[in-house]
Design a protein around this ligand. Structure first.
Ligand code: G3I
Length: 367
């Protein structure tokens, strides 16, 4: 267990704003993780890697595994029907190759990042939807076959339970999406079987969020995800892993036991489990000083990550490395209401390491 005082003590009383630059002898997170048989990675954007050499160097140093934050989604890859845009994704694949990194794919089927033409086409009915899924999967898996060996085939397909703060809360296990409307509940099996048929050695992952906290709706969503995963496995549908996004919210209490039990139940189904999009949303009420906020974020994330590894997680990716580029800063729906910059990633806006990085290093190193 990472205790707040231990994080502060281990790091000394950092001045409020100036986190010291990473000491040269600090081992990269990829190295710390690998020494314990774990893999650390992060989300990247092609445009940022191309325009910010300092960020590119940090990504090259810290990460063994990359995931495109946007470039492998439908609206990036097929912005118009039949027109595929692989250049941004190829840029990330090239970067990874140069820095001896692997890349995981995200995401073949998702209800967001859908270009307008796709949403309209899915409404034309199941035959059209099935044909579009096959065309997209065939082109994308052919293009990435040599470079990407693990895909989020299904992203955020589990419905949010009533009582959660998401408007899509429903009674059924599956989130109402254009794919569900077009193809019915069988679209999950169709997508997974298609991916397996197109590339038999690909790791097929179902990725979702909101299953981390010790709250009634996180518990209900864990049960929904387990039911769906169990049903797929019992029907012999090819599924290899479940990704827990881990967009942690500090307003929610966290206790290791429910998460560990959930991860172990997935492992009992023969599924690997991974943390795919780790970052931390602070509550607005968090202590005003940066040092106190950073210590609280590090403590919360460290406790989560220790439990995730205890539950069987071996791959851990953050959703970026620096607060500067985080969706938590750019997306009004999740940004701090007081306008302050959320500090939910290992490095601050000036690419200085924060206590969260130290906490990740400590937990990965103890893994
Ligand atoms: O559209 C432009 C494109 O024209 C341009 O070439 C490109 C250059 O990078 O940027 C594109 O802009 C935006 C893109 O992020 C890159 O910044 C898109 O408009 C915008 O919709 C996209 O937002 C991403 C969002 O998913 C939707 O794809 C966020 O960065 C990304 O953080 C967010 O990530 C999601 C995960 O995929 C799933 N889990 C939740 C997570 C947070 O919402």
């Amino acid at each position: 267990m990472i205790r707040r005082r231990r994080v502060l003590a281990a790091l000394g009383a950092l001045p409020a704003c100036a986190a010291p630059p990473l000491a040269a002898q600090e081992a990269p997170l990829r190295q710390v993780a690998r020494a314990r048989g774990l893999v650390f990675g992060t989300a990247v954007r092609a445009d940022l890697l191309a325009t910010d050499p300092e960020l590119a160097a940090l990504v090259a140093r810290e990460a063994e595994l990359l995931v495109p934050e946007w470039e492998a989604k439908w609206d990036a890859l097929q912005p118009e029907e039949g027109r595929f845009e692989f250049a941004p994704l190829r840029a990330i694949l090239g970067f990874a190759q140069r820095h001896h990194q692997r890349v995981r794919g995200h995401a073949l089927i998702w209800h967001a990042a859908m270009p307008g033409w796709l949403t309209a086409a899915l409404a034309e009915g199941p035959r059209r939807a099935a044909a579009l899924m096959e065309t997209h999967f065939t082109a994308v898996l052919r293009e990435t076959r040599e470079a990407i060996r693990d895909w989020d085939v299904l992203n955020e397909v589990i419905a949010n339970p009533p009582g959660s703060d998401n408007p899509s809360a429903t009674e059924g296990d599956l989130r109402p999406t254009p794919w569900l409307a077009a193809l019915g509940p069988g679209y999950l099996e169709r997508a997974l079987r298609l991916a397996r048929q197109l590339d038999p050695t690909l790791r097929l992952t179902l990725n979702d969020y909101g299953v981390e906290a010790d709250t009634p709706h996180a518990g209900a969503k864990r049960q929904r995800l387990l039911r769906v995963a169990r049903g797929l496995v019992e029907r012999g549908v090819p599924l290899d892993a479940v990704g827990v996004q881990a967009h942690l919210q500090m307003r929610d209490p966290f206790r290791p036991e429910p998460l560990i039990a959930f991860l172990r139940a997935l492992r009992d189904l023969g599924l690997a489990v991974l943390v795919t999009e780790l970052d931390v949303r602070e509550p607005d009420s968090l202590a005003p000083s940066l040092a106190d906020r950073d210590a609280a974020v590090a403590d919360y994330a460290g406790r989560f990550l220790a439990a995730a590894i205890e539950g069987g997680v071996r791959n851990v990716l953050t959703w970026g490395l620096t607060d500067r580029d985080s969706w938590l800063v750019k997306e009004p729906a999740v940004a701090r209401a007081d306008g302050a910059t959320t500090r939910g990633l290992p490095y601050d806006e000036a690419l200085r390491p924060k206590p969260l990085r130290a906490a990740l290093a400590q937990v990965l190193g103890a893994g």
